[in-house]
Every structure is written in structure tokens, then in C-alpha cells.
Design a binder for this molecule. Structure first.
Ligand SMILES: Cc1cc2nc3c(=O)[nH]c(=O)nc-3n(C[C@H](O)[C@H](O)[C@H](O)COP(=O)(O)OP(=O)(O)OC[C@H]3O[C@@H](n4cnc5c(N)ncnc54)[C@H](O)[C@@H]3O)c2cc1C
Length: 580
């Protein structure tokens, strides 16, 4: 398996034409790429930054039916979402796992009048009224009806205060009930998206992908693409241009000379806490609830840490996207509301992140009530270098529905190209989810077989990290012609050969790509300055970096981690240390 050579974009610029050019490699662009690649379409996807570095890297990690969208009357979306959730549990079992979710409820009747009003007006109203037990019960019953996948997903359970506190003793004793139901979580969104991308690339040389290539303009000859690292530009012809640049969709259309006002994204932030008391308090469940301002927020355990989010704030896409100190205060406040005795402070934060939801323009509608559904906008494209070209723009699209969305979008594209659909992605396993051992017995067989090569603990960790693609990683790690493998000195959860594997096969362009998106090092708070330097020295020979580039990559990664993600880091070492 290997990606196009995106360091120079050569795989794209050498043959600067395709039937379809997709601009923007978040999950929705990538899933559309996979779908088209599987139909044999000549397709190229370009991404101005790293793959999956936009909204798709900033989600709450939930693969969910969207119980709260019932309140907005979005029944189509809820139906599609629960169908896709149930399917992803089967086709991507390595990354998508069932998530027991508990809603603490503090009142019995409130919101019964307010909800129909919100349903009709889609406005919050001057005074916020909490969603009470009656209302949540009705919502849960409807959700069960949509969600149970022929009975395999357990029905929701409603319990009173004493039973609720017996199960989760640190919950606020002021609550009256809890409602518990099942949704799903994805542990590694970036890796899941890379698996989807791999599936597309593995379809054959007609499918090409390049990160760090930006669409910057368009004229009669085609779309102008610019290598974001080297600044080189070239022109690319396509019959159909698909703008899947998420919250940047209007900016991309403007750059292409096709201005639009489709988007009205809202910013949401999260923090990741290393706080064992809070982790234990969640009892392994997602705590999903209405905060005092009416926003639906969450606290849940992920990778031995606790994820807390999120906000919903209007955002100007020309400004940087950051998790602010005010948002952090808000998160501490919501934790205190639900777990009043658990102490949480800034010293527990190991990582923070923010992103903008690619929502449709919503004028005076309150952010929380803006439709989460998606639509496709089409325009004739007289300037794409062909007489009857088309520009399609995706407006909206959650993580949960990526497969169905991609199928709908690529069906439209196939119609434009006059081609039949030959393959459906419904039920088709994704990447390392293929032949994934789901029973305990099958899991044990896999770990025992591969444990001979790398030890049972390492085999177990690699299976969790890559699904069945772990066997390719293990082959690489145990290659007898290569240097003997060893754990990284500053993060023994990873080995040198594993990092070399990622650098050589997963289109790593920048050091930060490894720390943020190929591994979970940054997310779980393992990154220190010595680790950044160590990973850089492992990656440098694989990517042919000289001492100057090495120092530049370390500075860049250090800056992004501390400025954007709030990671506390010691200064980098002096330049001579970097010699390769
Ligand atoms: C705070 C938050 C929480 C969320 N939680 C959930 C959740 O729990 N569950 C869920 O299902 N969904 C959730 N979502 C929604 C979901 O994450 C997004 O809707 C989804 O990831 C959008 O994917 P996308 O591919 O459309 O956009 P993006 O992931 O933003 O991808 C667009 C890409 O286009 C690139 N690009 C932009 N301009 C150009 C250009 N000119 N040339 C080349 N490339 C370009 C960008 O760099 C970007 O990588 C959440 C979103 C946010 C922000």
C-alpha cells in the first residue's frame, strides 16, 4: 500500500488530468474518492494541508444517530445516521465501538412546552428551559424505534436517582433520573479516514491523492493547484470538480472564481484531560447532557483520558480556529455541574483542539438548531477547460454519515459522467476492519499468531491501532534485512520501525503529521520536546531531510503543538543536536 508522492505532487502534476478532481480531503472528500475509485473512475483528490486536518480532526469522536436532532425534526438525518452507525460498527469494527451513553436529568416536566416551540421556530427563546425527564423519555422512545438494528442495540433504560447514583456514585446527587442508551465512538478518526483513503488508492492507478496541494484558482485551462510546501503551481483539467472543502467551501469557490454563500460554520472546541478520578467517575460511559445554557455537551473516556466538549460559536473562517481560555472555563463549569466533587483544573489538560462545523448558512437561527443534514449544490463550469464541466459543492455532512453521503455524491457524479454504478460501499469492510477478529476467541488467535513475531503485548497494541493492517506493520517491523527494532526512548508505546513504516507508506510530509494524525501521541499527552526530536530523527532519513529541514520541522511541530493545542513544552535543543 502506498500513497501518491504528495511531497512534490508529482503523481498529480505528471498527468494533470482526470475525470473528477476532488478538492479537500476531510472524511467526506476522502469517502467520495473511495467510492469513485471503486467504480473505476479516473479520480484525483487534493488537500491543501495534511489529510484529515480540518473539521474531520476536530469532532467529538461520536458516531451517533443524533438523538437531539429529533428535536429539530430531522428524521431523515436521524434514520440515515443510525443506519450508518450500525453499519460502521460492522464494517469498521477496529475503530468504531459501541458507546454506552448516560444522560443525567435534573427535572421532570420542564421543556415540555419549550421543545415544541423550538421545533417550530428553531430558536432557543429568551429564557432557556431545561429538557426534563418527560421530554427525554419521549425522545428516547422515538430513538429506540429508529435505532435498534433488529434488536441488536439494547433498548434505552430510565432509572431514578438512587439506582443512578449506585451505578455512577460521583454524579451530582441533585439529579432526578438518568437515561442510558447506546451510540458509538470512533477512537481514531484520523486513522479511520486514512483507511478509507487507502481503500480508494488500492483500487488502482486511476485513483490518485496528494496532501499539501491547494486549489488556488481556475481559468479556461483548468484548476490551478499549488504545492503548499514548495509553492510550485500547475493547471489541472477535470470534467467534474467537486468542492468538499468543508467549512472552507465558500472560500474555495471564491478562489475558483465561483463565489458562493452556502456556508455558516460554527466553531466547537474540546479539551483532553489526564484525570484518573474523572475517568473513573464516568464508569466507562459517555455522559451526555444539557448544560445550564441549554447546550448539549459531553464528557467521555477515550484512550485512558477524558474528552470534554463542546461549544457552538459563530466563526469567521478567515480567523484562526482556537480553543480559548473562556471555553476552557466553560468546560470546567460543565464538569462541576455533573461531577461536583471531582477536582479538575488546567494542570490536567494534555491537549486541546478546535474546529469549525461545515454547517449551512443559517442567518438568525441559533447555532445549536442549525440543520446537521447535507446537500449538494451544482453549477455548470464553463471555465474548467471543457465545454460542459460541472462544479459540485458539498454543503454540510457529519462524520457519522460519510459513507452514505459519499454514495449519494458519487451517484450524482456518475450521472454527470454517464457511467453506471458497479460497486456499492454498503456493508463493504473498511481497511483494517477487513477480517477483524471480533470474538474473544478470534482475537486471541490473531494475537497469539502475531505475538510470536513481536510479543503478545505489542501485537495486541498494533491490532487495536491498525486493525488487521497491523500484519503489514509487523512484517515491516520484523524485516530481517532492516535494523533491529526498538521502542522509542521517549514513548515506548511506539517503536522506531513502526514510525519508519508510517513515514514511508502514509504520505507523511511534515513531522507534525506523525505527531497529530498518524499516531495518538499528541492526543493522549505523550508529546514532549525530547519526543518531538526523537521522532524527527527517525523520520528524517526516511524522507531524505537534511539538517536544515530537520530543524525546521521540529520548530514547526513545536510551534503548532504549543500554540494551537496548548501543549506545555520545553524549548527545542540547539541546532548542532539535529545533525543527521
Ligand atoms: C466541534 C465539532 C464536533 C463534531 N462532532 C461530531 C461528532 O461527534 N460526530 C459526527 O458525526 N460529526 C461531528 N462533527 C462534524 C464533522 O466533524 C464534520 O462535519 C466533518 O468532519 C466534515 O468533513 P468534511 O470532509 O466535509 O470537511 P473537513 O474535514 O473540514 O475537510 C475539508 C478539507 O478541505 C481542505 N481544503 C480547504 N480548502 C482547500 C483548497 N482550496 N484546496 C485543497 N484543500 C482545501 C481543508 O484543509 C480540509 O482538510 C463535529 C464537528 C466539529 C467541528
Amino acid at each position: 500500500m502506498s500513497f501518491a508522492n504528495s511531497q512534490t505532487g508529482t503523481a498529480i502534476s505528471d498527468r494533470a488530468t482526470a475525470q473528477v478532481l476532488i478538492i479537500g480531503a476531510g472524511i467526506n472528500g476522502i469517502a467520495t474518492f473511495r467510492d469513485l475509485a471503486l467504480q473505476g473512475v479516473d479520480v484525483v483528490i487534493v488537500e491543501k494541508n495534511d489529510f484529515v486536518s480540518g473539521a474531520s480532526s476536530a469532532s467529538s469522536h461520536m458516531i451517533h444517530g443524533g438523538v437531539r436532532y429529533l428535536e429539530n425534526g430531522e428524521f431523515r438525518l436521524v434514520k440515515e445516521s443510525v443506519t450508518e452507525r450500525n453499519s460502521l460498527l460492522k464494517i469498521a469494527p477496529h475503530y468504531v465501538k459501541p458507546l454506552q451513553t448516560t444522560i443525567p436529568i435534573f427535572s421532570t416536566f420542564s421543556g415540555v412546552m419549550a421543545a415544541p416551540l423550538r421545533f417550530i421556530t428553531h430558536r432557543q427563546g429568551a429564557t432557556h428551559v431545561e429538557r426534563g425527564a418527560m421530554l427525554i423519555k419521549v425522545g428516547m422512545m422515538i430513538y429506540d424505534a429508529f435505532s435498534r438494528d433488529g434488536g441488536t442495540v439494547p433498548r434505552h433504560e430510565f432509572v431514578g436517582r438512587s439506582k443512578a447514583l449506585a451505578a455512577l456514585p460521583k454524579l451530582n446527587p441533585g439529579l432526578k433520573y438518568t437515561a442510558t442508551y447506546y451510540d458509538a465512538a470512533m477512537h481514531d478518526p484520523e486513522r479511520l479516514a486514512l483507511d478509507v483513503l487507502h481503500d480508494g488508492l488500492d483500487a488502482g492507478p486511476h485513483a490518485r491523492a496528494a496532501n499539501y496541494v491547494e486549489a488556488v484558482g481556475m481559468d479556461n485551462d483548468g484548476v490551478h493547484l499549488r504545492n503548499s510546501v514548495t509553492g510550485e503551481e500547475f493547471t489541472f483539467h477535470a470534467d467534474v470538480v467537486v468542492n468538499t472543502s468543508g467549512p472552507w467551501t465558500d472560500l474555495t469557490n471564491t478562489a475558483l472564481g465561483q463565489p458562493s454563500t452556502f456556508m455558516g460554520g460554527t466553531k466547537g472546541s474540546h479539551i483532553v484531560l489526564d484525570n484518573p478520578e474523572l475517568l473513573a467517575a464516568t464508569g466507562g460511559r459517555e455522559i451526555f447532557f444539557e448544560h445550564e445554557d441549554g447546550r448539549i455537551v459531553l464528557i467521555y473516556p477515550l484512550k485512558g483520558r477524558v474528552l470534554v466538549g463542546t461549544t457552538d460559536l459563530e466563526h469567521d473562517m478567515s480567523k484562526p480556529v482556537r480553543c480559548t481560555e473562556d471555553e476552557i472555563d466553560y468546560f470546567f463549569d460543565l464538569v462541576a455541574h455533573v461531577f461536583p466533587t471531582v477536582k479538575v483544573d488546567r494542570s490536567h489538560i494534555v491537549f486541546r483542539f478546535a474546529g469549525v462545523r461545515p454547517l449551512p448558512r443559517h442567518d438568525d437561527e441559533a447555532p445549536g438548531f442549525v440543520s446537521r443534514d447535507y446537500r449538494i449544490e451544482s453549477r455548470p463550469l464553463p471555465r474548467a477547460g471543457v465545454a460542459d464541466g460541472t462544479l459540485l459543492s458539498l454543503v454540510g455532512g457529519k462524520w457519522t454519515t460519510f459513507r452514505a453521503l459519499a454514495e449519494n455524491l458519487s451517484t450524482d457524479i456518475l450521472k454527470l459522467l454517464g457511467l453506471p454504478r458497479t460497486v456499492s460501499t454498503e456493508g463493504l469492510a473498511i481497511g483494517g476492519g477487513r477480517n477483524f477478529p471480533v470474538t474473544d476467541a478470534a482475537h486471541q488467535v490473531w494475537v497469539t499468531a502475531h505475538g510470536d513475531e513481536v510479543g503478545a503485548d505489542r501485537a495486541e497494541a498494533l491490532l487495536a491501532r491498525y486493525g488487521t493492517r497491523a500484519s503489514e506493520v509487523i512484517d515491516f517491523m520484523t524485516d530481517p534485512t532492516a535494523q533491529t527494532d526498538a521502542p522509542l526512548q521517549h514513548d515506548p508505546a511506539y517503536t522506531r520501525r513502526e514510525i519508519e513504516f508510517l513515514a514511508s507508506t502514509e504520505s507523511v510530509v511534515r513531522l507534525i503529521d506523525v505527531l497529530l494524525r498518524r499516531t495518538s501521541m499528541a492526543f493522549v499527552g505523550s508529546v514532549t520536546t525530547p519526543l518531538i526530536e526523537e521522532v524527527a530523527r527517525v523520520v528524517a532519513p526516511v524522507l531524505g531531510w537534511d539538517a536544515g529541514r530537520l530543524a525546521e520541522e521540529i520548530e514547526l511541530a513545536h510551534g503548532i503543538l504549543s500554540d494551537v493545542h496548548g501543549v506545555a513544552l520545553a524549548p527545542v535543543s540547539q541546532a548542532p543536536f539535529f545533525a543527521v
